[in-house]
Design a protein around this ligand. Sequence first.
Ligand code: GUN
Length: 278
Amino acid sequence: MAQLIDGKRISQQIKDELKAEVESLKNQGVRVCLAVIQVGSDPASTVYVNNKKKACAYIGIESEAYELPEEVSEEELLSLVERLNQTEHVNGILVQLPLPAHIDEDKVIKTICADKDVDGFHPQSVGRLWIGEKGFLSCTPAGIIQLLKRSGIELDGKECVIVGRSNIVGKPMAALLLRENATVTIAHSHTKNLKEITNRADVLIVAIGKRQFIGPEYVKEGAVVIDVGMHRDENNKLCGDVLFSEVEKKASAITPVPGGVGPMTIAMLMNNCVETVR
Ligand code: GUN
């Protein structure tokens, strides 16, 4: 039976550490404020945004919510971001993705001042990450590193395979694992012999967005398996990219869905908010 990597417990631990830090900052007269912008009313985005606001309230970070209609023009959104860039008491700016098709996401991300880029999506944050400079880290990969470290899983010299090459997860994950001295492979939809490659992994990180795609035949005996996926199964229950019930028999440690990677993303966003004033 694999060790269950408990993202709920570890994210709570991080949030409690941040709460104490924010309390002490408050005593020194330092406030932290996050501006959250949501365009339209996609139900999944609303859930994510509400969870972010709740986490802010728990830790003692102030949050300001900006809800814009689906039809808002790109120009109006950019001018709100520019205004928040100039607003002194706003330390972090988050624009919930995805944005409606008529808005250029890259343009919006680039407009956020790099010093307030708590998502870690700005090219300046990405560049800093790759050259090993201090900066905002993309929240999901940073959360995965915390999950592994706080579960006592050694990364130095390990074979790590990431399945998925997105800008939000796969690519920054590779940079962070390199920082930990792991040997890193990124596999993706055009990869040949995927099974052969994933079977090399001491640590397998799956972020492909395909429901229960990774079965035990993709996993080496004793591997650590991290599942970034989030789907509904045929009984409408939450599940990941990994076929948990089968893979857990082969893995030495595994993250569940829900309660694995998901809660870590918000904890690391909160960490980035506090980082703006450290
Ligand atoms: N949509 C899904 N995940 C994220 C995230 O981490 N940040 C933002 N801004 N939008 C998202």
